[in-house]
Design a binder for this molecule. Structure first.
Ligand SMILES: *Cc1c(COP(=O)(O)O)cnc(C)c1O
Length: 366
């Protein structure tokens, strides 16, 4: 590969700034910040930023990312290997490797628990499990509270190589449900019932992901919830879509340039803004409408959907410029109103939001 561009720039200062703020929000409310690394393919330098800024555990849904972290020997601030957490319900086929790499798993099935126990026994390890309770988002987790309780008691008493770390839930993923005092209260109450039943405190009661942070910031998270698994608040918490979705004004203070793509200008032409001819579909088989803004000056940069997913997943870092669209390998930028004169060979920066970060980091190293 001779070409250097598009070039991914990782702004460690911005990542550390965001991670520190997230950690502060958590810490002030007695919550452990578990740093979720799947959004940037577990890039080790960013994992280190997370740890430096307070993440006590690193988590991913993809085992190879955790493996990479373990093999790199990343340590927590206490000098021990950083604890690793598998946050997708493990596949039976990955469990043997999983118990050798990760310390924690989120689980919801007895068959998975059995397999984890057997694998942990084979490798002479103790594996910690967090049993997932579905409070309404309808992705993973056991729906009936009594069943969660029953399974927790069983793990506590019957599995020699497992340790019940606690319970957790997931929100805002498939069912779009927001964390509120009601569903978090339900999780907290269930945790207390379990503690009564097993006669000890749980290590973790995990109240979800970034979508649960606004409740923490508002000071309304039940005190029983003591851990969140957070990725996107750090990566792109302040992107304008998140701000409107979460309705959390504090997110606006986070940096939005953690991951930036430097793209090279390959064409600058003066041309109409409305396509000419009979309109069909674009490169992604989508029909489109166009606004006729007359003749405009337009730059093309050598990066497109293959790199950034879609123009909706990036924010242009150039005053006066607007993103007009992208095909697989080209992104069109209207530069008519730019003060800066743009020429062939110049670089234009695109600030990446979560999906674009996931796309570009996945493409580089997986
Ligand atoms: C992805 C994921 C998270 C992190 O979500 P963010 O929105 O990035 O904070 C937490 N928990 C689970 C189970 C996940 O799959």
């Amino acid at each position: 590969m001779g070409n250097k561009y598009p070039e991914l720039i990782i702004n460690h200062e911005s990542i550390k700034y965001n991670a520190s703020i997230v950690n502060k929000w958590c810490e002030e409310h007695g919550i452990t910040f578990v740093g979720v690394v799947k959004g940037f393919n577990g890039e080790l330098s960013v994992c280190k930023d997370y740890i430096e800024c307070g993440a006590k555990v690193l988590a991913s849904s993809r085992l190879w990312q955790l493996k990479n972290i373990r093999e790199a020997g990343l340590k927590g601030l206490d000098g021990n290997d950083i604890p690793l957490m598998m946050i997708r319900i493990p596949m039976l086929t990955e469990i043997d490797e999983l118990v050798q790499i990760a310390d924690y798993s989120l689980v919801s099935e007895e068959a998975t628990i059995n397999a984890l126990n057997e694998a942990a026994s084979r490798h002479g390890k103790k594996h910690k499990v967090i049993i997932m309770h579905d409070v309404g988002d309808l992705r993973e987790g056991i729906f009936e509270q009594d069943k969660v309780l029953e399974l927790c008691v069983k793990v506590e008493n019957e599995y020699e190589f497992l340790e019940l770390s606690g319970i957790g839930t997931n929100l805002g993923c498939t069912g779009t449900v927001i964390a509120d005092e009601k569903n978090m209260g339900q999780l907290a109450e269930l945790a207390m019932r379990i503690e009564d039943a097993i006669g000890r405190k749980l290590e973790f009661v995990s109240g979800g992901a970034t979508t649960s942070l606004p409740l923490v910031i508002a000071g309304k998270m039940p005190s029983k919830i003591n851990m969140l698994r957070i990725g996107s608040a750090v990566i792109d918490g302040s992107n304008h879509e998140n701000l409107s979705i979460y309705g959390c004004k504090e997110f606006a203070g986070l940096k939005d340039d953690c991951f930036v793509l430097r793209t090279e200008v390959i064409e600058v032409q003066y041309k109409p803004s409305h396509p000419i001819g009979t309109l069909g579909v674009d490169a992604f088989k989508k029909r489109k409408t166009f606004i006729d803004k007359g003749m405009r000056t337009r730059a093309i940069v050598a990066a497109g959907g293959q790199d950034i997913n879609s123009v909706d997943d990036v924010v242009i870092n150039l005053d006066g410029a607007t993103l007009e669209g992208a095909s697989g390998d080209h992104t069109l930028i209207d530069i008519t109103d730019c003060k800066k004169k743009i020429q062939i060979g110049d670089f234009i920066e695109l600030k990446l939001t979560y999906t674009a970060v996931m796309r570009i980091t996945g493409q580089r190293t997986s």
